[in-house]
Design a protein around this ligand. Structure first.
Ligand code: PMP
Length: 386
């Protein structure tokens, strides 16, 4: 027998932009109160679990075959769900899905980014966006949000014109701040994006694609419309959603978007064949058949979020009121602490895991069950001396 040769110091041709980088991800720690990655704290009911198990069993009988590559049945179910949730009906062909909305947005960058092109967003925002850009060799540019984390429409349009990006990523509600964008702001950016001329060798220039990432869209407050309502006006708009948050299905990995046929056709070119497994499709369709049950806790989570914002705003830290960002999501950004890592560690020592994210001094807490929020508040009072 020959022993496998284990090279002691292999020098791999790692892409220079990846050299020395750590993989993205919040710590996955085993603590009683998990309020760090904006999950839904409510597990699926026994009835939902039974349907998912039955549908997965049915799918398992055909696992010798590749899955439905175009998954039109799933896309039709997602279109039906969007129509109920937001009142906007799009045909199944205008829906796209992948393994989490992270993969949906990576597809968008693969289709519309690339060397010589620019992706633009407005900071502070979701920290995966620069990674999609990096991994598709797209230049990354960040405009700024206002001090209250809103977006000034005129300033945003000016930033779009200045950088002439091919992709603009707008999270609404934004992570980590919770800020939702009014449709007028999204519309102004879509208009400006239509005027951008992105060079396409051998063809007419293209416009910029605007991606509104509504991962937390179902948690928005009453009176905040979804950007889905703008779809019929802007063929350069894609609205991304996920089953990970309000839908309480983060473990299934299913994200999706609604957009023009032209955008969806461009995404079909870059996806790997059979990227959505038969098991994933079965789980997602079974869950969509129970959407009312899975989304039943959204109202309770919204109320708990508003109560958490009020509670934090009424607290003082070292003589000044805590700052708390207005939130349309299932999390709240609050601060500012002189040493936020010490506060984070103090909470963790008491069994409560939150997230160190956002501008210096701020922390983000996801909305959990009432019991979990009580544990969070009790721990914070102790640790920060509120
Ligand atoms: N967009 C935003 C703003 C997010 O916060 C997240 C998850 N943290 C995602 C997209 C990706 O979620 P998923 O891949 O689970 O759909």
């Amino acid at each position: 027998q020959t022993a496998a040769r284990v090279p002691s110091a292999v020098r791999l041709p790692v892409r220079p932009e990846h050299a020395g980088l750590e993989p993205y991800g919040a710590p996955q720690l085993d603590v009683p109160v998990l309020l760090n990655v904006n999950e839904n704290p409510y597990a699926p009911s026994d009835e939902v679990v039974a349907t998912i198990a039955a549908e997965v069993a049915a799918a398992a009988r055909g696992l010798n075959r590749y899955p439905d590559r175009d998954f039109l049945d799933l896309r039709a179910d997602l279109a039906d769900f969007l129509a109920v949730e937001s009142g906007v009906r799009v045909p199944a062909e205008q829906v796209w899905a992948a393994n989490g909305s992270n993969e949906v947005m990576l597809h968008l960058l693969q289709a519309f980014g690339g060397p010589g092109r620019t992706a633009l967003s407005f900071a502070p925002t979701y920290s995966m966006y620069p990674e999609y850009a990096r991994d598709t060799a797209t230049r990354w540019v960040e405009g700024r949000r206002e001090d209250d984390f809103t977006l000034d429409a005129d300033a945003a349009v000016a930033t779009v014109r200045e950088h002439a990006p091919s992709v603009i990523l707008l999270a609404s509600p934004n992570n980590p701040t919770g800020t939702a964008l009014p449709p007028e702001t999204v519309a102004a950016i879509c208009e400006a994006a239509l005027e951008i001329e992105v060079p396409v060798p051998g063809a007419e220039p293209g416009c910029a694609v605007v991606v509104v990432d509504e991962a937390y869209g179902e948690f928005r407050r009453a009176g905040t419309p979804s950007a889905l309502e703008l779809l019929d006006r802007y063929p350069n708009l894609a609205v991304s959603r996920t089953m990970s948050k309000a839908f309480a299905l983060a473990g299934a990995r299913l994200g999706y978007l609604a957009a023009s046929r032209e955008i969806v056709d461009a995404l079909r070119v870059v996806r790997l064949p059979y990227h959505l497994s038969a098991v994933t499709q079965a789980v997602a369709r079974a869950a969509l058949a129970h959407s009312a049950s899975l989304l039943a806790q959204v109202d309770a989570l919204r109320a708990e979020r508003d109560a958490t914002v009020d509670w934090l705003r009424a607290r003082r830290y070292q003589g000044r009121p805590l700052e708390v960002a207005a939130s349309d999501a299932n999390f709240v950004l609050f601060g500012r602490f002189d040493d936020r890592t010490a506060i984070w560690q103090g909470l963790l020592d008491r069994g409560v895991l939150v997230r160190v994210v956002g501008p210096d001094g701020w922390l983000r807490v996801s909305i959990g069950t009432p019991e979990e929020m009580t544990a969070f508040k009790d721990a914070l009072v102790e640790v920060a001396g509120l």
